[in-house]
Design a protein around this ligand. Structure first.
Ligand code: NAD
Ligand code: UDP
Ligand code: UDP
Length: 343
């Protein structure tokens, strides 16, 4: 009685985004590891609004409570401060396994931790999936293709990765995480899904995570030089985060268990990309060239034939639309950080 009253008072103070009502039969208990990060928090929003029960597990290495704070206190939502390198015992129906640093400066900061998260952490999540009979989706990466010799990259390509280079902790960590998924599928009948995610951008990317989209937008907004690493002839293909979330959910709920590329096939050189951002932001930043990154993949573009065929998925948000939303987000973030510096 008194508990119900306290809950009403607390919930009365906070208004949540609208959540659909699902019957017990349709409502799933969903775990999102890394759910306080950039991609994870958008997935949380979508699954919560669909009416599911969502548990986020995060150690806040690169994620922030702020990304999910609008759900804290909601009866369908739970946030656990936990490092997945340690075992986790909970009861769930589906696991979206996203926990891992994702930007090169973040994953190179502590390569051993990156390896532990992708190997021991993935084993723990597969052990959990096995025990509770949950389906697990691994957020893998286009980095499993390394510096590819095949263009565009399809899922049958085995990749070209330097196993002892600076990116290896992430690339090889994700490759072995995929291997583990299929070993648990074969030996223990765990249902697995593997998404090979290509470069993704959008609001809630971390300001200082060093990825090209956040670097270039922030540099342009602050009239600083735009730093192109190397000659800028290397290419990337950028997808907007809402398209990725659509793809992850379609894959999780499909019957297809082989790896699937999720990315936008529109490819640009990095120097072109610098010019696009400069033209959208305005200002008078100069484009300067800096030392190339070691082992930087030279060309990257997904072949998305498999996702189209088995998931009926393709990206919908045009690059310029996504970039404008992201620029607006970073403008607000800059205002916010200036404001908190003043106070
Ligand atoms: P992010 O850094 O914003 O999010 C990762 C989250 O995982 C963070 O909240 C972090 O605190 C958490 N985390 C890291 N190690 C952990 C641990 N040991 N235990 C618990 N939580 C831990 O990155 P993101 O861009 O949202 O990426 C999410 C996933 O998607 C990652 O697995 C990444 O490898 C994959 N991915 C992302 C991209 C991209 O362009 N964003 C591309 C390919 C693959
Ligand atoms: N595990 C976990 N949560 C669970 C079940 C298992 O974190 O609900 C961990 C467990 O600590 C183990 C790992 O997952 O280290 C792999 O589990 P599995 O059952 O495959 O291995 P075993 O326990 O037999 O070594
Ligand atoms: N890059 C750049 N300037 C920057 C940051 C990145 O030229 O300030 C380049 C980087 O060398 C790479 C591409 O942009 O070729 C994409 O880098 P990012 O770190 O975003 O992701 P990656 O695809 O390498 O994981």
């Amino acid at each position: 009685m008194i508990e119900a009253k306290i809950r009403n008072i607390e919930q009365g103070k906070k208004s949540y985004p609208e959540v659909k009502f699902l019957t017990y039969k349709d409502r799933k208990r969903i775990l999102i590891t890394g759910g306080a990060g950039f991609v994870g928090s958008h997935l949380v929003d979508r699954l919560m609004m669909q009416g599911h029960e969502v548990t986020v597990v995060d150690n806040f290495f690169t994620g922030r409570k702020r990304n999910v704070e609008h759900w804290i206190g909601h009866e369908n939502f739970e946030l656990l401060h936990h490092d997945i390198v340690n075992p986790l015992y909970i009861e769930v129906d589906q696991i979206y396994h996203l926990a891992s640093p994702a930007s090169p400066p973040n994953y190179m900061y502590n390569p051993i931790k990156t390896l532990k998260t992708n190997t021991l952490g993935t084993i723990n999540m597969l052990g959990l999936a096995k025990r509770v009979r949950a389906r697990l989706l691994l957020a893998s990466t286009s980095e499993v293709y390394g510096d590819p010799e095949l263009h565009p990259q399809n899922e049958d390509y085995w990749g070209h990765v330097n196993p002892i280079g600076p990116r290896a902790c992430y690339d090889e960590g994700k490759r072995v995480a995929e291997t583990m998924c299929y070993a648990y599928e074969k030996q223990e009948n765990v249902e697995v899904r593997v998404a090979r995610i290509f470069n993704t951008f959008g609001p809630r990317m971390h300001m200082n995570d060093g990825r090209v989209v956040s670097n270039f937008i922030l540099q342009a907004l602050q009239n600083e030089s735009i730093t192109v690493y190397g000659e800028g002839e290397q290419t990337r293909s950028f997808q907007y985060v809402s398209d990725l979330v659509d793809g992850l959910m379609a894959l999780m709920n499909s019957n297809y268990s082989q790896p699937v590329n999720l990315g936008n096939p529109e490819e640009h050189t990095i120097i072109e990309f610098a010019r696009i951002i400069l033209s959208l932001v305005g200002g008078d930043s100069k484009i300067i060239k800096k030392t190339a990154m070691e082992d930087d993949p030279q060309r990257r573009k997904p072949d998305i034939g498999r996702a189209m065929k088995y998931l009926g998925w393709h990206p919908k948000v045009p690059l310029m639309v996504g970039l404008n939303k992201t620029i607006e987000y970073f403008q607000n973030e800059l205002r916010r950080s200036r404001h908190s510096e003043r106070n």
